[in-house]
Design a protein. Sequence first.
Length: 751
Amino acid sequence: MALSPEILKTLNPPQLQAVTHGEGPLLILAGAGSGKTRVITCRIAHLLSEGVPPWNILAVTFTNKAAAEMRQRVDAFTGGRGRGVLVSTFHSFGAQFMRVEAKNIGLDPNFTIYDSDDQTQIIKECLRELSLDEKKYKPNQIIGVLSRAKDELLDADSFNIHNITRNDPFRQMAGSVYTLYQKKLAKANALDFGDLIMRPVMALRDNEALRQRYQARFRYILVDEYQDTNHAQYLLTKYLVAPPKNICVVGDDDQSIYSFRGADVRNIMEFERDYPGASVVKLEQNYRSTKEILDAAHQVIKRNRFRKEKKLWTDKTGGEAVRFVEFADELEEARFIARETGDMVRQKKATCKDVAVFYRTNAQSRVLEDAFRRENLPYQIVGGQRFYERMEVKDVLAYLKALVNPADGVSMKRILNVPARGLGKTTVQLVEDFANQQGITFFDALGQAARIPLLTAAARGNILKFLDVLTPLRSQAATATAAQMVQFVLESTGYWQYWQDQMSSDPEAAYRLDNIQELVNAAKEYEDSSENKSVGGFLERVTLASELDNVKDDGGAVTLMTVHLAKGLEFQTVFVTGLEEGLFPIGESAFDEKELEEERRLAYVAITRARERLILTCAASRKIYGRSHWNVPSRFIAEAGLRAETPVPETPSVGGWEPRRAPAAPKPQRPVGETSSVVGSFDPDETAEEARTPTGGPRPLKIGMRVRHPMFGAGKILNKSGTGENVKVTVLFDSGARKDILARYANFESL
């Protein structure tokens, strides 16, 4: 049955060309708002209409939300015939692959997937066992190094060999942690996110029979958001594709903004080199934004040299001009944004859910929250604490993880004394030490409590009671559905009753009970939407959920979020805040071409989220870590061809709010009376080398000086070059990072 002519008629010529492409590799360069999701789902439907069996098609993307939308559209186009198509995120595909192939690669299929909190606990254990200072070596930084290593397919041995010739103490330390970390994961029968891609890639690379089996299964592969793939994901798709190379990738190099997560824009830029003879289709007609918004976006992004030439256009007419407003400080900026939003809502130009406010860093959200509260406008923050990261939710999930995989020591230790059973930190440490000495899991050590020296009789008795609770639950976990198992855990462990008992004394108890009930609802929703209703399947869904999966589409609230989280979304009205040099573009990225191009892509993403109305703002003064910093507008403003309009912040009067003229932006010099020893500022009237009084300005930077950077923390100046406003210093930060920074933009504080 051919794809409906009515559907084909809705496609513009380039879209139709992409959808009906035959055999061989295909690169679809899909600009922002150009209908890429429609194209990729129509292409799947077209393949099915041409007689391709659904089980021969694999489509991968990056979020559960995007995958669900693709499934729904394919179903709509095919009348349900596309349900056999595997539409998955990269990590979900890796998890399924590992469970199916577990026995072939020496893994127990009931493995646990560790999230970032679990990883942090393991890294802390490693640091303690290696006698390394946790305050000096931050677990989050080590996790970042190990994640990037796995993106590059470097296991612990390869990572250490790679670092032998490098005089880098931090990475050598990280190599020691990596080795122990992997041993702990293996002992716990656990994998982290990096393993979910690295290990399938290695299995496909090293096992020809396995590779051929999967290549025969997936004859057509479609990859969404290809510009966001890292090296491991790039190789995963490459190993799955066999001649005639039926791989279709959809993406936009202008929206590659995740290099800090390992994404490599070269994957899309060099697709034609990797797949000779590939067809290329450009989707340049935009169905989202007005011409004014698209023109501003293009004026910015065209400055990038490392990009494929394209320009978005639209047949929409009558759009509002893009606005740029500069304020004296971040408080006026926030008040303006909240007031403008309130005016739009009252005048019925928009509803709260139509409005989004973007910022470069999470620290910028506080003043915005305050302003929206004062205006009595509802808002939601995307990227704050996620539902599944809340204490009470993680407690219940830890029970489920421990029941499915008793070797999971992180989860077992979390639930041992939850609710309280008289098994505190001393007991946990004694059991853990015994487990390490005997080479057994924490759970197995609990079963041998009678053999653990120094463990009190009371502690042994309480451990037995804990195991008595777990034993029947373990047998139930093998057959119960996810929702049933959550209920069993809440009842058998006394966890629900514990929080009910706290209602009279703990004001948070009711809130926590609501969250627990919401977890029950989530388990039921999972069962309703999934053929696999098991506890393990539910845990996998929860662990692999992304921050964007929790964005509420039907709420009545203004959305506050970082620009990085905004990609893939769109709003009628968008405010982009903090467009200042040093903040957006951030730090010293303005002086590194590669980093500046990514910051410019980030600005492009922010601009192209707006459908009808775009307001860009900046503040001449902004507090960072309690200290005022004077700023100049971001270069992206000038690149977009915008000029500041006269801001009209308001002051209260007896009769209400009356407009007043904003004060002129101050000169970039230290505020009167401020006495902090900020160094490396730049005043055009004198050089950065000239020492002034402690209250009058910057002190000279010297090699060996200890300084603090507002973003990178404390460090030591190793080198210095240049004169006047071109003074550049090399700083080795306590985190192990080494940065070259222009002094005039650094806002250093001397230590």
